[in-house]
Design a protein around this ligand. Structure first.
Ligand SMILES: [Zn+2]
Length: 283
């Protein structure tokens, strides 16, 4: 969304509210968010009540944007500044919203991203790069595989396509294979490095080719440079949010996956759709 259109939407609370309301109710059809029936009536307060189950609710009840007491214009500004990659401290400064509220709002955006991208059923296929990387922790101590306080992350990238990342409990063959099977269509070519946990891939219906990192130049198509590009992209962006807790790490990581997969898309309308959706109980 270009800045002219955005400024029109946020010029007043009324217009901003109308814009978000349209995203909440497809074709302006209001239904009960508990029983799903369309038999609802409007109360003088502007809220709705269901004839069938008696639930009273408003436009934003049960949705991500209904989880904080901030108005429609503020939400749109937060989503816009999130799209631009600002930190929660900067968003707080720019919008006048308190830092704890800005932080909560940004974490809700991240959670809505996870809710919409987790288990979406999309299988990657064709030429696939798989690799793990280690995030967080201080520079002291062991690095790479087996590093104590770092979080292992598994990444799978479809060349010229999407990337999927998951936090790992460990880097055993079992963990890596289970995730690969969940994410990658059988019959695909999977490129990895020489880490032995990948050795069983060929027994699981994949064509497995190993990259030799000791050779200075990767030969032909056998490389994992695409994924290495994603790791540096994600790490560079995560540095800005120094001190991400382990509890929230997955959400930041999924934000990076989302940004990468939508690198050519207009993020604001996508994020608004996610935020206006009903919150499922999965998270
Ligand atoms: Zn109902």
């Amino acid at each position: 969304m270009d800045i002219i259109r955005f400024s029109e939407i946020v010029k007043s609370e009324r217009v901003a509210y109308k814009y978000l309301k349209e995203q909440c109710w497809q074709k302006s059809i209001v239904y009960c968010i508990r029983c799903g029936k369309q038999r609802v009536y409007k109360l003088s307060s502007g809220r709705y009540r269901c004839y069938i189950c008696g639930l009273t609710f408003s436009d934003f009840t049960g949705r991500w944007i209904g989880k904080l007491k901030i108005n429609a214009r503020q939400w749109l500004w937060i989503i816009k500044l999130f799209e631009l990659g600002l930190s929660s401290r900067k968003i707080s400064r720019e919008t006048g919203i308190s830092y704890p509220t800005a932080l909560k709002a940004m974490n809700l955006i991240r959670k809505s991203i996870v809710a919409h991208t987790q288990d979406c059923g999309l299988l990657l296929e064709g030429e696939i790069e798989a690799d793990e990387s280690y995030f967080g922790g201080r520079r002291k101590g062991k690095r790479g595989r087996g590093a104590g306080n770092k979080v292992p992350v598994f990444g799978i990238l479809e060349r010229n396509g999407f990337v999927r990342v998951e936090v790992l409990k460990d880097v055993t063959a079992e963990s890596l294979l289970n995730l690969t099977i969940k994410i990658v269509r059988r019959g695909s070519i999977v490129y990895t490095d020489k880490f032995k946990s990948y050795d069983s891939l060929m027994f699981c219906g994949y064509r497995h080719l190993k990259v030799d990192h000791t050779k200075r130049f990767s030969s032909g198509k056998v490389y994992i440079n695409g994924l290495e590009g994603f790791w540096s992209y994600a790490k560079e962006r995560l540095i800005k949010h120094h001190g991400v807790s382990k509890k929230n790490f997955l959400f930041y990581l999924k934000e990076m996956e989302f940004r990468y997969n939508n690198r050519n898309a207009d993020l604001l309308p996508i994020l608004v759709t996610y935020m206006c959706d009903l919150v499922s109980n999965v998270l």
